[in-house]
Ligand binder design. Structure first.
Ligand code: MRU
Length: 349
């Protein structure tokens, strides 16, 4: 493993899927073991594992577990026998398109296996390929994204887009890791990312674990940070990018883009092409996940709002940043400046 890259969220070992339990970080480093597809889907839903590419990699291993179980139960009828598990995996979370992308790729591979053969070896090698390719894509994006950052810059990132959110290395955090290793950065800021605190709990943990210093900011501090001149780039990941370049990402991303626009801070989105959904025309068509009000009403298990029926919470966990607010989209296939429908089409070839 390279310097500044020690964390891994998803591991396969001896027929078991091992997930670093991101609900417990930074207080405890523990793992959840998944031995079947329903447990894998539940781990995705409950956010043991999260982040679009990590969800895709996890779902791919979930298909291996589904196929092993189906072959045990139904022999030559394993393909039909695993459709229920595939549906359960597909429904685990709606916004990150990497989930559907990984399932589609695994299904293509499943159809190439003769029905009377054990599908596990073939499907495991496909899941491992998805995992390895994701890390490779992140390293490539890290290089090309970092090359756009002038030495002496400060950066602000949102949510967690690192090794915890991917097969390894990270998207936006991969760019930040690379730029830090190059000596380009004077400061890395992460906003806390309410309500789930991916910034303060996960990004800060991952960066200090990998030896990169970080300053946390309360989310409301971002525009003032930009006005102060301390950051030249906002660098974020994506959960789904529509065919016209609109970007769905963690709630709060849109607000950062608006503030960056006003303050002449550049806005970079870093995502593998598995996050681009050519079937979704525009951001308005992207399904946005809403989660339980309790995520907003409680923090660290303690209620932080008055008791009673009169207080509710509106909790969309993603928002959409219009393509015209994105200065540059970095993918493993290349960089698109000012992405739009034409740029995305050319990129996907
Ligand atoms: O709800 P989460 O934690 O799964 O949301 C994650 C994000 O929004 C990330 O920014 C996105 O998945 C890109 S991760 C490389």
């Amino acid at each position: 493993m390279q310097e500044h890259d020690r964390v891994r969220a998803v591991e396969w070992s001896g027929g078991v899927l091992r997930l670093l339990d991101q609900r417990r970080l930074p207080w405890e480093v523990t793992h959840v073991e998944c031995r079947d597809a329903p447990a894998t889907a539940e781990a995705i839903r409950a956010m043991v594992v999260r982040g679009a590419p990590a969800i895709g990699v996890t779902a791919a291993y979930g298909v291996v577990l589904a196929a092993a179980d189906a072959y045990r139960r139904a022999g030559g009828q394993w393909r039909d026998a695993m459709t229920g598990d595939l549906e359960t995996l597909r429904e685990a979370r709606p916004t990150a398109v990497n989930l559907a992308w990984a399932l589609a790729r695994m299904e293509v591979r499943a159809y190439a296996v003769a029905p009377d053969h054990d599908p596990v070896p073939e499907l495991l090698s496909e899941a491992e390929a998805i995992h390895v390719e994701d890390i490779d894509a992140n390293r490539r994006m890290g290089r090309s994204g970092a090359s756009l950052i002038n030495t002496g810059s400060g950066v602000l990132t949102h949510c967690n887009t690192g090794s915890l959110a991917t097969g390894g290395f990270g998207t936006a955090l991969g760019v930040i890791r690379t730029a830090w290793g190059d000596g380009r950065l004077t400061a890395v800021y992460a906003d806390e990312t309410r309500p789930w605190l991916q910034g303060s709990r996960l990004t800060a943990w991952e960066l200090v674990t990998d030896g990169i210093p970080v300053d946390l900011i309360a989310e409301g501090a971002a525009p003032s940070l930009m006005r102060s001149g301390a950051v030249q780039w906002v660098i974020v990941g994506a959960d789904r990018i529509a065919a016209n370049g609109d970007v769905a990402n963690k709630i709060g991303t849109y607000g950062l883009a608006l503030a960056a626009h006003y303050h002449d801070v550049r806005f970079m989105v870093v995502a593998p092409t598995s996050t681009i959904d050519p079937e979704t025309a525009a951001g308005a068509d992207i399904p946005i996940e809403f989660r339980e009000p309790d995520e907003v009403l409680f923090a660290g298990g303690k209620r932080i709002a008055p008791e009673g029926d009169g207080v509710g919470a509106w909790n969309p966990v993603f928002d959409v940043t219009p393509a015209e607010m994105v200065d540059v989209l970095v993918t493993e296939r290349g960089v698109v400046h000012r992405p739009d429908a034409q740029g995305i089409e050319q990129l996907l070839g």
